[in-house]
Design a protein around this ligand. Structure first.
Ligand SMILES: O=P(O)(O)OC[C@H]1O[C@H](O[C@H]2O[C@H](CO)[C@@H](O)[C@H](O)[C@H]2O)[C@H](O)[C@@H](O)[C@@H]1O
Length: 292
């Protein structure tokens, strides 16, 4: 069924629609479990591309204007809402406008792919010690970028625990991305790091954590009875796999793809595809209405 740019579905007087029907049986079971026992549900959401529209400059990214109200409407009705992001948690909190919001008193942000955690209850961040390889790789990056001619226009995002190279603003973004893949992988390997590819970004970060581990551990921590996860990028695939694992362990789940033209892998694995952050907002609102 179609929806407008604000994620609203036609056919009801106020433009607000029903919860869309997942296309898979597992997804329908996940949704059914969520609606039957919302108090046991974990809602996991990626930030960029899912809650926040993609923009050329990561510092200018902001949550969709209706995302925080929609989250605040749903959060008190479910066990927990967790934003699981590649961003440093404090950056996601700032760009998302998540702090001090009525209804989001129990929000957690699992940042750096789950390595760091911000808790709305305390406003504090818990983080393990930094990996020494990041500083070493960072020091070599400018020279590497100078040496890779095709990467004209690539630029570095400092992330503290990680460092990312973006090509969205290059003259030929995809060509620059491909040209950097091997040299950055080699640099990462030399310093005990991994490369996390995303939407026109290659991030060098410590191994040992991903969104799948983060989601599974958090679901276990809160004793989630069902899980919804929504994402848009390659870094969300481990979280999709975590939901698959939870489902085989008897915990129903719903996989939602925040659809874009840039990434197709999630679309193929999702139970439900919505139209980018506006579609995610529409889904969150619909869930809030259906959960009383
Ligand atoms: O896990 P996420 O919340 O999806 O974060 C993944 C990366 O998102 C950011 O980059 C992406 O969004 C930018 C702003 O819209 C866009 O310019 C860029 O092309 C995208 O790849 C962020 O800058 C990275 O640090 C995150 O890891």
């Amino acid at each position: 069924m179609s929806q407008d740019a604000a994620g609203r579905r036609p056919g009801t007087p106020d433009g607000e629609g029903a919860v869309p029907e997942p296309v898979t049986r597992a997804g329908r079971e996940g949704l059914q479990a969520l609606l039957a026992r919302p108090g046991k549900a974990l809602i996991g959401l990626d930030f960029d591309g899912t809650l926040a529209p993609i923009v050329a400059d990561p510092e200018q990214a902001r949550a969709h204007p209706e995302a925080v109200p929609a989250l605040a409407g749903l959060a008190p009705k479910v066990a927990s809402v967790a934003v699981i992001t590649g961003r440093p948690p404090e950056v996601a909190v700032r760009l998302g406008g998540f702090a001090g919001v009525s209804g989001l008193e129990h929000l957690v942000v699992l940042g750096h792919y789950g390595a760091e955690r911000w808790d709305a209850r305390t406003g504090e961040i818990t983080a393990p010690p930094p990996h020494p390889g990041v500083a070493a790789a960072r020091a070599e990056l400018p020279g590497l970028l100078d040496g890779v001619g095709a990467a004209q226009g690539a630029w570095i995002e400092e992330k503290g625990r990680a460092v990312a190279v973006h090509t969205r603003r290059a003259a030929e973004p995809q060509t620059a991305f491909e040209a950097l893949r091997d040299p950055l992988s080699e640099l990462a390997a030399r310093h005990g790091l991994i490369v996390e590819p995303g939407r026109l970004v290659l991030e060098l970060r410590p191994p040992g954590m991903d969104k799948g581990v983060a989601l599974r551990e958090y679901a276990r921590e809160i004793g989630a009875g069902c899980v919804l996860y929504a994402g848009d990028d390659l870094g969300d695939l481990p979280a999709f796999s975590a939901v698959d694992t939870l489902r085989s362990d008897g915990v129903p789940g719903l996989l939602v793809c925040s659809g874009s033209d840039e990434v197709t892998e999630l679309r193929e694995r999702a139970d439900l595809v919505v139209d980018g952050p506006a579609g995610v907002v529409g889904l969150l609102r619909a869930l809030a209405r259906r959960t009383g």
